[in-house]
Design a protein around this ligand. Structure first.
Ligand code: ADP
Ligand code: ZN
Length: 666
């Protein structure tokens, strides 16, 4: 319960966490001025869970709490706290609209679905902690298994939490869950207004909803007597929060399920290496769906080697560099049949590089020291290129800090007039597409064109209804969506995501390729995928093209074993940042010394670095990192030393961030 406390002549709002049965006689206590709530805001199991998470991720408990519940609950103002307390009487009426999608009625579960479900049911019945991995290719009917499992869970009078990686995916899933379970489904994601969020939260807290569906922060929602936690697309990196409280909601789902003696059901068509490892080593029960109920075959995947095409001089002059003759022909055939195309490239913008050929000047962001990307149009749907361009030469934008400046055709260094651009992003592809295939309609799906969930849903709906011929998109389009008339998927440059310095780059590439390929031909018409690459022999690309997860896993896990990477060894990344480069580096060196003095002698435990982060400067702050690698208990002990002792040894301007189980090293 929240209370009002006198502190230095002010009244502040505090939260009673625990009571101490034996007060310390040496401490002078102050009296609480007022109790705000009539009933506890959170209950015991949830408090323990939040406490566990804060401790595991080495994040201050108070701040962790502020992320775990709607922020206004922990407001420092007395009046706000009281207003919220009065809403305890019941949720308000802020409306939350759920778009209805047409879904075919499902008459009977397949044999595989049935089998998976009976294992889940037994686990629900046993009331024991049961972690499970549901490994089923896209379109194999995983969602139906989640829905049936949720129904059973409710029949046992236990609550159910369903998590999805992105807001964009809550829409379709919410509609399916509401159809099956009625209005008791609460929705939680960051796109809600504060009033909507508060209402949904109270509905759960008061037991008016027993089912919650949401994105990663929903892992902290107040469902009592939790019986089932579903994590859809469990491999998705969005489950990891990449700022402040760096928790991984997928991993926390397993922890919370353990605390609540519940079933944790992690589902994916391309499981994370660590979850599959847990399944083959017997820690998780493996459930498999190998067939699609529709009988639709997986799409044929063709790899086009861009090197060869360059060597043989097959590129035609008028064709842009991103398009091979093979993909061009396939697009033409698809459009001729009246079917739809999806082109995937994980990079926005028109050009990725703007420079002056006379003096070599490159346009960069002064605060982040990275190359600026050129943008011109922010239109989502484009029909023809004759539409007037916006005034001026467009914008140069920094993809790290988001700052923008007008593009000018003059070099600021030598005043040269021949400024050139190079590289390509989704915007360039959309423009080229219209030029090459006149009379078509193209939509760009990326962060530049789609600022809200509503807009994204609208575009995807128009695509479903056939009003758009081609979508050019970043990873926003790879997930979860079902388009019956989409038969060709083109991956413009598959190896782009391999060329980054992260231990999990291959895993990410394999997953993305498999997911994007899974968009093609999900209904009666056969699908076709073309992957353009310079690395056709790379195991991530080869196995993705062959729909061979096990083949990929087998090669990848060997590599991880050899190098001691997760899940065989664990990592903690410690990031240092500040306005002065020398000071930051010195801080990181101090940390290294402190850790070396404390490192266990005999145990395998490495301290790597410090090195500059791949993004070495962001928003005028220099960044270095120190990586701890080894057995969890050892590196956690070292991490705790940094957490407890280091800040007092460093200048206040140097910020330390601890990232336990990091997935992003940029
Ligand atoms: P996933 O979540 O694995 O990608 P979905 O649950 O979305 O797969 O199912 C894919 C398609 O198959 C959907 O259109 C769904 O309506 C259909 N489907 C699922 N289960 C069955 C079933 N038992 N019988 C017929 N169709 C089914
Ligand atoms: Zn910047």
């Amino acid at each position: 319960m929240r209370v009002i406390l006198p502190l230095r002549g002010r009244k502040i709002v505090g939260l009673v966490w625990k009571s101490d049965p034996a007060p310390n006689p040496d401490i002078k206590y102050k009296a609480v001025s007022e109790v705000v709530d009539h009933e506890p805001l959170l209950y015991k199991e949830l408090l323990e869970f939040i406490e566990w998470a804060a401790s595991y991720y080495m994040y201050p408990l108070g701040q962790a709490l502020a992320e775990a519940v709607p922020s206004e609950f922990i407001s420092a103002r007395k009046s706000a706290a009281q207003r919220i307390s009065s809403s305890f009487k019941g949720p308000g009426r802020s409306h939350l609209e759920i778009t209805k999608w047409d879904e075919p009625q499902i008459k009977r579960l397949t044999r595989e679905q049935d089998k998976a479900l009976s294992i889940i049911n037994q686990a629900l019945l046993s009331k024991k902690f049961s972690p499970m991995l549901l490994f089923g290719i896209t379109g194999s009917g995983k969602t139906q298994v989640y829905i049936e499992a949720a129904k059973n869970c409710l029949a046992f009078n236990r609550g159910c939490l369903v998590m999805v990686p992105e807001i964009a995916m809550t829409g379709q899933l919410a509609s399916r869950f509401k159809k099956a379970l009625g209005d008791q489904v609460a929705i939680l994601h960051s796109g809600l207004t504060p009033a909507q969020k508060r209402d949904q939260w109270w509905r759960l807290r008061l037991g008016k909803s027993l089912v919650a569906l949401g994105t990663r922060s929903a892992i902290f929602c107040p469902i009592k007597n939790l019986g089932l936690i579903v994590v859809d697309e469990e491999h998705d990196p969005s489950y990891k929060q990449e700022e402040r409280f760096r928790y991984n909601a997928r991993d926390l789902a397993v922890v919370r399920a353990k605390m609540e003696r519940a079933v944790a059901l992690l589902g994916s068509g391309t499981p994370s290496i660590s979850s599959y490892f847990n399944a083959v080593t017997g820690r998780y029960t493996l459930l498999e769906l190998k067939q699609r109920p529709s009988g639709a075959a997986l799409p044929a995947v063709e790899i086009v080697d861009k090197k060869r095409i360059k060597d043989k001089g097959q590129e035609k002059e008028e064709d842009p560099g991103w398009l091979t003759p093979r993909l061009k022909e396939a697009i033409k055939d698809t459009l001729d049949r009246g079917e739809q195309v999806l082109l995937f490239l994980n990079r926005r913008g028109l050009a990725t590089y703007v420079f002056c050929p006379e003096c070599g000047y490159v346009f960069k962001c002064s605060a982040c020291d990275v190359i600026l990307t050129w943008h011109r149009r922010n239109k989502t749907i484009m029909k023809n290129l004759d539409e007037p361009l916006p005034d001026g030469h467009g914008m140069l934008s920094c993809h790290y800090c988001g700052s923008c400046q007008p593009a000018v055709p003059v070099c600021p260094s030598c005043s040269g007039q021949t400024v050139k651009t190079s590289g390509f992003g989704t915007e360039r592809i959309a423009e080229d597409f219209l030029r090459l295939f006149p009379g078509t309609t193209v939509a760009r799906v990326d962060r530049d064109t789609l600022s809200s969930r509503k807009k994204l849903e609208n575009v995807l709906n128009s695509f479903r209804q056939g009003e758009i011929d081609c979508i050019v998109g970043t990873q926003m389009v790879t997930k979860g969506h079902d388009f019956p008339n989409l038969t060709l998927v083109g991956v413009i440059w598959a190896d782009m995501s391999l060329n980054i310095p992260e231990f999990n780059a291959s895993e990410r590439t394999f997953q993305t390729l498999a997911q994007v390929a899974g968009r093609a031909g999900r209904s009666k018409r056969p699908g076709h995928v073309i992957i353009q690459t310079y690395l056709p022999e790379h195991y991530a690309i080869k196995h993705a093209a062959a729909h061979n997860y096990i083949g990929f896993y087998t090669e990848e896990i060997e590599l991880r074993k050899r190098l001691g990477y997760p899940p065989l060894g664990r990592l903690i990344n410690i990031r240092f940042s500040g306005p002065k480069q020398a000071e930051v580096l010195q801080g990181a060196e101090t940390a290294r010394k402190l850790l070396l003095a404390n490192a266990p002698k005999e145990a395998r435990c490495e301290i790597l670095g410090p090195v500059p982060c791949p993004k070495a400067k962001i928003r005028s702050r220099y960044r270095f990192q120190l990586l701890l690698k080894g057995e969890l208990c050892h590196i956690r002990r070292l991490g705790a030393i940094v957490d407890k002792q280091l800040q007092s040894l460093l200048p206040g301007r140097v910020r330390i961030e601890i990232d336990v189980d990091p997935v992003n090293f940029m």
